[in-house]
Structures are given as C-alpha cells and as structure tokens.
Design a protein. Structure first.
Length: 157
C-alpha cells in the first residue's frame, strides 16, 4: 500500500487540519479499493487541486457533486455498445468499472471547476472565508476608557 505523506501541507496551512485528517483516515480505511488513484496538490495558500486518473471514462459518465463539506466523484460506465462482435481479451488491464470517491472538505472550501482531459479529472478547490469571519483591525485609542455607567449617565442627562 502506498502511504501519502501530508506533513508538508500541514506545516504550511492553517484551518485545513480537519481536511488532512479526514483524507488520511479515509486512505487508511480504503486499503482494499484504491480506485481511481488520485493526487492532492496545494496550488496556493487558498487553492487546491484533486486529480483523479479516470482513463476510459467520458465526461458524461462522471458526476461531480459538492454538498456542504463533502465532495463526491462518481463514475458510471455506460453499457458496452453491441455491434455484433464479441471481444476476446487476452489481457484486461485497464479498469473498466464504476467507482465512487468521497472527499471531506474543510469549512468554506468550494469547488471552482472540474475538467476531464487525457484521462485525468482535475477538480479545482478554493477556500473562501466570508468577510464576517476574516480578522478585523481594531483601532486603539489613547486615553482613559469610559465606564459603561458613566456613559449611560451622560446619555440620560
């Protein structure tokens, strides 16, 4: 089994710890079925890419669904078209089966795009923290702070 080391990602990210924990735990749980293989890349501070090797699948046979913190990639192989010939494979090495891959995403991560090219499905992810959740600069004023009682008394008069 091939182990993915996410340590370099952990050192340079804040807020994605849950994402990496879930990826690692799902990798441990899915030791029997590791299809289709995938790569996880960090493109920038707030941008990520998942690349899945889906050779033999057409774009209409792949479904990418994002729902809350879960990304599901499903591949359903269309029934073989019958042209009257029956193939007799001597070796069948290209996986030609349906699949479902699930990725748990961190908060505020959304799917930006999904593209299929040369047998690779690339899914670009962006982390967008809402304005209300971003840190705000608080002005620091000089002088004595007013107490709440003095402030109410001044407004009542």
């Amino acid at each position: 089994m091939r182990q993915i080391d996410l340590t370099p990602f952990r050192r340079s990210t804040v807020g994605f710890d849950r994402l990496f924990d879930m990826l690692e735990s799902s990798a441990r749980q899915m030791t029997t079925d590791n299809y289709p293989p995938f790569n996880l890349e960090r493109l920038a501070e707030d941008r990520y890419r998942i690349t899945l090797a889906v050779a033999g699948f057409k774009s209409d046979e792949i479904d990418v669904t994002a729902q809350q913190n879960l990304l599901t990639v499903t591949g359903r192989k269309a029934e073989a078209e019958s042209d009257g010939r029956e193939s007799a494979y001597l070796h069948l090495g290209i996986a030609n089966r349906s699949f479902e891959r699930r990725f748990e995403l961190a908060d505020f991560v959304r799917v930006e795009s999904a593209n299929l090219n040369d047998g690779l499905l690339t899914i670009d992810l962006v982390r967008e923290v809402p304005e209300t959740m971003k840190p705000k600069k608080i002005a620091v004023h000089a002088g004595e702070p007013q107490s709440a009682i003095e402030h109410r008394a001044a407004n009542a008069a």
